[in-house]
Design a protein around this ligand. Structure first.
Ligand SMILES: *Cc1c(COP(=O)(O)O)cnc(C)c1O
Length: 231
């Protein structure tokens, strides 16, 4: 199947899941997670109407930016971001989905201020409280959002999460529901219900994520095919 055919099929599944949850399919943003896929594949996805492309690795993104890979679509950074690479990301992407510590938030604020811009971000929730994963613990999300509100050059647009890989389906859905509850809580109490982005769900679970309230799904393999990690 081509990238375009895959996107079409995913759109249909997104629409069905949204309707099942009583929601309008047009509320769901499909992010193509294009890591390890070249500029030609990115352009193919854009031509096929992908809403957004998302990248994980700064070096790869910088390279593909120089090749014009993302012309015609918004670009998000969705991967683990090191503080020393923030300069290469702030101002180059429409949304950084993966702000998982106050130190990283401070760095984004500093760089955005130096570039006189406001960077849109999501706060990442480490919902499985995994040691090896970045993101705020669920108990720290409220305080992190309050802290972000004191920063003039970052704008919180919502939450993002990646549940533990090995969770079974029911547990995974429970994680999604927990993140949805955190999102609703901060949205009501801190953001006048103006947040729009709840980014959760990947190739294997985006329909469950939408039924649990996701407004944004990040899909790689199901669009671009299996990644070749030996490149
Ligand atoms: C790679 C990646 C995805 C997409 O994963 P697939 O399972 O290939 O759909 C989503 N989110 C993040 C943060 C990723 O790194």
């Amino acid at each position: 199947m081509s990238i375009a055919e895959n996107i079409l099929e995913i759109r249909e599944k997104i629409a069905a899941a949204a309707r099942e949850a009583g929601r309008d399919p047009s509320e769901i943003t499909l992010v193509g997670a294009s890591k390890m896929n070249d500029a030609a594949a990115c352009k193919e996805a854009i031509a096929a109407g992908i809403d957004v492309l998302g990248e994980n690795r700064v070096q790869e993104m910088v390279q593909k930016l120089s090749e014009g890979a993302y012309v015609g679509a918004p670009l998000h950074f969705i991967g683990h971001l090191q503080r020393n690479k923030v300069k290469q990301v702030v101002g180059y992407v429409d949304l950084i989905q993966s702000i998982g510590s106050l130190a990283l938030l401070d760095e984004v604020e500093k760089v955005a201020a130096s570039k006189s811009l406001v960077q849109d971000i999501l706060l990442e929730v480490n919902i499985g409280e995994e040691d090896a994963k970045s993101g705020f613990a669920p108990a720290d999300i409220f305080a992190a959002a309050e802290y972000a509100l004191t920063k003039e050059h970052v704008r919180v647009c919502g939450l993002m999460t990646i549940p533990p890989f090995d969770a079974d389906r029911d547990t995974n859905i429970q994680y999604f529901n927990k993140v949805r509850a955190l999102y609703v809580d901060i949205n009501e109490k801190l953001f006048h219900n103006e947040l729009k982005c709840l980014s959760m769900g990947m190739s294997g679970d985006y329909e469950d994520a939408i039924r649990a309230g996701a407004t944004m799904v990040r899909v790689g393999t199901a669009i671009f095919g299996a990644r070749n990690y030996n490149l």
